[in-house]
Structures are given as structure tokens and as C-alpha cells.
Ligand binder design. Structure first.
Ligand code: KG4
Ligand code: ZN
Length: 344
């Protein structure tokens, strides 16, 4: 029988779980977003997140197993996001996964949340190692070479905010609601990307590091000057800001492609992962840039870009297949750089 892995995700503001099979089928997937819990604070409150995970985790897992039409004993392993993330939430997931694994005598796998994003495209697209990865989420923005499961080389990352953080903060300044990224994208579609001249912080510099803080400050200064914000103003600012983010990423990516091609002359896959990868303007730029450099571009479906259980279950499957399981001494990790997974 094909292997089945249960994946649990609770590292930020989504409680999620899923069952996936070795032959790349999603048997079930449930995502419960805590938006309503955090909305009135305009961002994620860690203590509220942890309590909400605790309340929902068991129920969602039961639902997921039922929807998949299986029993716990049919599973081949239990995988959980073991970090990086908000520690209270990660602890809830890790303890739950350990309990299930212990009760049903199953292998336990602690998945690095970023590895979950990094490997998602391999579930839905024909992506082979090695590939160049743009990992862009609420907490991270990095360019990496992915050589295999647990094998990463970081080409560069953000020196201040992540792209997702910048989206969320600008959305807050413009008072367009939480969650910021998707709302900002909707308004950007209605606005003029050339309405405001905003900085593209690292444009023209060598290397693959990103910066979004100066861009965010430029929006702050403009918004403070503008006084009352009309809908038209907000739409134009969203479009201009999004265009600057996309330009920043494109500039950094071009340097990354050159480094990747020098390291792997025969490889040609460009992959994106993480919540910001749901953004259509970003995806269009990546597609175009890949073509320009004769690369193949692969992105997971939009609903698998933002946090979900499928990405954890699939990364768990990849680790199970590589014989990389964990023991019960594993501790939830608030910080956990991807490159720490490298062996030897
Ligand atoms: O991967 P993710 O769900 O959680 C983390 O691991 O951080 O990413 C969440 C981030 C948030 O900052 C959110 O605003 C951003 O992804 N995001 C978007 C879009 N959808 C989600 N940013 C821009 N455009 C979107 N459509
Ligand atoms: Zn994430």
C-alpha cells in the first residue's frame, strides 16, 4: 500500500493539517485561519494564536483523518512543523504529533516550516533537484539553491523586513485591513503602479540580499503627507508599492540566477514558495524572468503557497523516504535556519 503521512502546521496563525500519499495525492486538507481572532489587533498576537491552536488542533486532525477515509493506524508517519515560528503554537503542534506517533507507534518527523514551503512545488509540479528557490513569506525572504531534501545553500536573504512583513505593514498604514498581503493585491489591481515613485532598495547592487525597510518608510512618509486617504489614493499606493517589491525581487533574482547557473550549468528550474508566492504580479514577473534566462518556472497552486498542512505532510513524506525521521527528544524551535538541516 502507498505510504500516507499526516502533516500538522501551527507555527503562525493557521491551524492546519492534511494527509498526503507517496503517489502525490492529497487525501484531505483542512486549514483554519485565525483571522477573526487577530483582526482587531491588526496583526498576529502570539498568546492568542497559541490558545487558538490548542482549541482547534485535535478537532481538525480528527476531521482530516475522517475526510481522508482512513484510521490513524493506516498512517506511515506523523509530521509536524517543528519551527521556526511562534513558539506557543509550534509547541501545541509538536506535542500533539508526538502523542499521536507514540500512541500509534508511528515514526515522528519534525519538519522545518521553511522546508515545507521549499518542497511544496515538488508535490504538484515535475521539479527535480537541484533548483533555484525564492522563498518569500511573512517571516522570510531568501534565495536558495536546493540540492536535495535537507540540502540548502543560501545565496542571500533580507537584511531587514521580509516581503510579506512589508506588505502587511503597508496594508496597516493604508488601513485596508488584515490580512495585509491579499487585500493589498486586490487594491493594486485597481490602481496605477506609476502613480508614486518609490525606491527599489537594493537595485543594481551585487549579491542576492533583499531590503524592504526603506520602501516601507517611503510609503509611510507619503501617507503622512497625504492627510485623508481616499480609495483612489490607496489603490494607487498599493499598485506602486507592489510594483516596487516586484522590481526589488527581480533585481535580486537576476543575480541569483547567475550564481545558480555557475554552480549548476545543467539545471534550469526556478521555484517559488511561501505566502507571498500567492501574489499574481510576483508570479508573472518570475515566469517572465525565467523565460528570459531559459529556465522553467514552477509555482505551487495559490492555496498551497500560504501556510497549510499539505506542505508539512509532503515534506514529511520526502523526509520519510530519505530515512530522516526524528526521535521524541526533538524540541520545538522558535529559530531554525534552513541551512542547519544540511548534513555532513
Ligand atoms: O507563508 P505564510 O502563509 O506564513 C509565513 O510562513 O509567514 O506567509 C504569509 C505572508 C503574509 O505576510 C501575507 O501578507 C503574505 O504572505 N501574502 C501575500 C499574499 N497572500 C499572502 N502577499 C502578497 N500578495 C498576496 N496575495
Ligand atoms: Zn509559511
Amino acid at each position: 500500500m502507498t505510504k500516507l503521512v499526516l502533516g500538522i502546521e501551527s507555527s503562525c496563525d493557521e491551524t492546519a493539517c492534511a494527509v498526503v500519499s507517496e503517489d502525490k495525492k492529497i487525501l484531505s486538507s483542512v486549514v483554519w485561519s485565525q483571522y477573526d481572532e487577530h483582526r482587531r489587533f491588526g496583526g498576529v498576537v502570539p498568546e492568542i494564536a497559541a490558545r487558538a491552536h490548542l482549541e482547534k488542533c485535535d478537532l481538525l486532525i480528527r476531521e482530516c483523518i475522517e475526510k481522508a477515509g482512513i484510521k490513524f493506524s493506516d498512517l506511515s508517519a506523523v509530521a509536524v512543523a517543528g519551527g521556526p515560528g511562534l513558539i506557543g503554537g509550534v509547541l501545541v503542534g509538536v506535542m500533539t504529533a508526538k502523542a499521536i506517533a507514540l500512541c500509534h507507534n508511528l515514526p515522528f518527523i519534525a519538519v522545518n516550516h521553511l522546508e515545507g514551503h521549499a518542497l511544496t512545488a515538488r508535490l504538484t509540479e515535475p521539479v527535480q533537484f537541484p533548483y533555484l528557490l525564492l522563498l518569500t513569506s511573512g517571516g522570510h525572504c531568501q534565495l536558495l539553491e536546493v540540492m536535495g531534501v535537507g540540502q540548502y545553500k543560501r545565496l542571500g536573504g533580507t537584511i531587514d523586513d521580509s516581503a510579506g512583513e512589508a506588505f502587511d505593514k503597508v496594508a496597516k498604514m493604508l488601513e485596508i485591513g488584515y490580512p495585509g498581503g491579499p487585500n493589498l493585491e486586490k487594491r493594486a489591481k485597481l490602481g496605477n503602479p506609476k502613480a508614486f515613485k518609490l525606491p527599489v532598495p537594493m537595485k543594481g547592487r551585487t549579491g542576492c540580499d533583499f531590503s524592504f525597510s526603506g520602501l516601507k518608510t517611503a510609503v509611510r512618509v507619503a501617507v503622512d503627507k497625504a492627510g485623508e486617504l481616499t480609495d483612489a489614493y490607496k489603490n494607487d499606493m498599493c499598485a506602486s508599492f507592489q510594483a516596487a517589491v516586484v522590481a526589488e525581487v527581480q533585481d535580486r533574482l537576476k543575480n541569483g540566477i547567475k550564481l545558480f547557473k555557475a554552480d549548476f550549468p545543467n539545471a534550469a528550474d526556478l521555484v517559488v514558495g511561501g505566502g507571498v508566492a500567492a501574489n499574481t504580479a510576483l508570479r508573472e514577473m518570475l515566469e517572465k524572468t525565467a523565460k528570459q534566462y531559459k529556465m522553467n518556472f514552477y509555482a505551487p497552486p495559490v492555496k498551497l503557497c500560504t501556510d497549510n498542512g499539505v506542505m508539512i505532510a509532503w515534506a514529511g513524506m520526502e523526509r520519510l523516504n530519505a530515512d530522516l525521521t526524528d526521535d521524541f527528544t526533538f524540541r520545538a524551535r522558535p529559530r531554525w535556519p534552513l541551512t542547519e538541516l544540511n548534513q555532513g
